[in-house]
Design a binder for this molecule. Structure first.
Ligand code: PLP
Length: 347
């Protein structure tokens, strides 16, 4: 049985067209700014997100870290959601390497921080206080069922940031999923923020890499910070070649992944002992939980699906599970997954 891997969209391997493009990519020394394929990728990402310039980086974590190091000095404060990837899942890099103080606030069902609450949490200029400098947001919101945050929220944040001389960074690892769900171009949200990072290696199928975008001066400084972190790469065009296809082609098909996620969620809702509300599935993530009276635990369900059906799901602690759809998951795979879960639950 073929493996069906629903743990994350990070498991996507490059397409045949990507491997071909990688083999044939023109390359040069990117630290010298001479890799034509990297330069093309950076320009394309900037254009698609409504910015002047881009920077190819090794990962989403590195993109967010470089953005934060570039926006903030040591002892400055960044406001973000308490469920933000940057806060929870990036090894505390902003604090470890940047001396940046995170201030976390609760978020709503879509991962939005409340605007009045942000306002009340901006520190006054006072020698006792960290200087509030940056607001970080995430779209789609991985901690909130992959919800897509609409444009109006970013416009409201922009107004607040301008009034209070703050910067805005968007962790847009899955921004194209969000804007696909919203039915708007990524640039509509991209141009509202000062910087954004997008991931090429999740649902977009490239093997490696993210792009950070922003203004020309910001990206020039970010390039220095990338070097400082050891992230300057040489003939990285072999990677950027896959990234170009990710941006040109794979961004156009994400609605298919959202449809398979919905199909999975609606199927799960019909299985006894499973708790899920399919209405909250807006993009490619499906979070669900097992009832207390389920015949097996989440860990047992995951182990049996893997052992008996070669289907891989993600555990999310306790009774919670996660399935993420992507390019390598077809509607027939969803049917297979639902049948396998029913089988295992009925042992
Ligand atoms: C995956 C992810 C990142 C980090 O990306 P890596 O490439 O795994 O470092 C950052 N933010 C969000 C929202 C993500 O989903």
């Amino acid at each position: 049985m073929d493996r069906l891997d629903l743990r994350s969209d990070t498991v996507t391997w490059p397409t045949a067209a990507m491997r071909q493009a990688m083999a044939n990519a023109p390359v040069g020394d990117d630290v010298y700014g001479e890799d034509p394929t990297v330069n093309e990728l950076e320009s394309l990402a900037a254009e698609m997100l409504g910015h002047e310039a881009g920077l190819f980086v090794s990962s989403g974590t590195q993109g967010n870290l470089i953005a934060m190091l570039t926006h903030c000095q040591r002892g400055e404060e960044a406001i973000m959601g308490e469920d933000a990837h940057t806060y929870l899942w990036e090894a505390g890099g902003m604090a470890v390497l940047g001396g940046i103080v995170p201030k976390t606030l609760p978020t709503d069902s879509h991962g939005r921080l409340s605007i009045p609450q942000i306002l009340s949490q901006i520190n006054p200029l006072d020698n006792h206080k960290p200087r509030t400098k940056l607001i970080c947001t995430e779209n789609s919101s991985g901690g909130n069922n992959g919800a897509a945050i609409p444009l109006d929220y970013f416009l409201a944040l922009r107004e607040l940031a301008d009034t209070h001389h703050l910067r805005l960074h968007l962790d847009g690892a899955r921004l194209f999923n969000a804007t696909t769900a919203l039915g708007i171009p990524a640039a509509d949200i991209g141009r509202v923020v000062d910087s954004a990072s997008i991931c090429l290696s999740k649902g977009l199928c490239a093997p490696v890499g993210s792009v950070l975008v922003g203004g020309r001066a910001f990206i020039a400084e970010a390039r220095r910070n990338r070097k400082l972190l050891g992230g300057g790469m040489r003939q990285a065009g072999v990677l950027a070649a896959a990234g170009l296809l990710a941006l040109r082609e794979m961004t156009q098909r994400l609605a298919e992944d959202h449809a398979t996620a919905k199909q999975l969620a609606e199927g799960l809702a019909t299985i006894p002992h499973i708790e899920i509300n399919p209405d909250v599935v807006e993009t490619n993530m499906v979070f669900f939980a097992l009832h207390d009276d389920a015949p097996l635990t989440a860990a047992q369900l995951i182990a049996q699906l893997k052992a008996e059906h070669n289907i891989w799901l993600g555990g999310y602690g306790g009774r919670k599970l996660r399935a993420v759809t992507h390019y390598w998951v077809q509607p027939a795979d969803v049917v297979r997954c639902l049948q396998a879960i029913k089988d295992v639950m009925n042992h």
